[in-house]
Design a protein around this ligand. Sequence first.
Ligand SMILES: [Zn+2]
Length: 363
Amino acid sequence: MVFSLLISSAFAQERAGLDDIIKVLANPAKALNDPRCEEKNNTNVNACRSLSSAVCGIKNPQSSLRALQKKTSSYESIPFGKLTLPSLETIERVEGDVFETSIVKQSDLVELFSEVRSSMLAAIDRNSALTLIEKSAMKEKIQSVQFMSGSEYVRHRESHPNQGETQEQARLKGIRNYADKCGNGSLVSAYNQMDKVVLCPGLIQSLMDFNPRSKREILNSLAFTVGHELAHSIDASPDRFPEPYFHMQTCYNNLSEGSGQFESRGPEISADYWGSQIFAERLRADNITGEEAVRALALAADDFCSFPDDSLYPSGKARLDLTIGRDPSIRQSLGCEPPSREAPVCTMAGAIPYHPPSVARSK
Ligand SMILES: [Zn+2]
């Protein structure tokens, strides 16, 4: 009896499905309004499975960024060996060009950095995988990091020459470090060099091209980048904190989608791990959920989608799908299920949920 009911109800479902297909064939336009098609188009459903496909679907037109790059390409440059570097005046001029028109000013970034630092200190404190000694060493390092504009960075380098360096040499080396990441300032990037964090003005200009609704929206998205850069001072590099990331390394190397090579990409992956937590906290504080959270992530990951992997960086897709998109708090904001055994999050405590290694049984 139960068996036949099952058969008949299964048949009824199939029949209803067939009826729907016939209706759609008779009126294809109707399919556009079909709630099941809507669900397939729902970026949130996609975001839970593959954050990169949802995020990379939101394109940045980058029109004002390109205009900035065109305008500033004729600004003064100086020869340095085989390289052509921007002069300090050019670096300042590009900063002026961006911050005169953007809704975010350098003083907002200074405030953001201090908020991100507090958030990072709290995240270290609540990380149960760290020993008290590791926590205090990491917090001390985070406290020592300075945030600067590009021109402040070059001036600081000039006034603190290394032994045997003239001030002129120190300034040129400062400019070279800056240009390596920011070009003349108009590239979409940021860096942490010897515990000094700098955001390239091009990054701010690029975010303006998303037509931000508020200053807060830009600052929230920058919290990921600032968190990532700040975390480079406590990342998995051999000369920073390699030991606490041992379980994370094993976890990444075991992922079937294989971002692999944590040995060389560990610094970037571990910086993303902290950046995700800082960013998730801001989403939670501002109650940003669902599609709004997907948009916030698109701004936070501006320019990721065009990056393939290299020896230092996982691809933008891997950064979004294997690290950021698996952070439990980010998943919560997106309205997604927590990480699963099939798609665990790699933490400093290892994979969560824990996946016991398969052990060969003795006979
Ligand atoms: Zn990095």
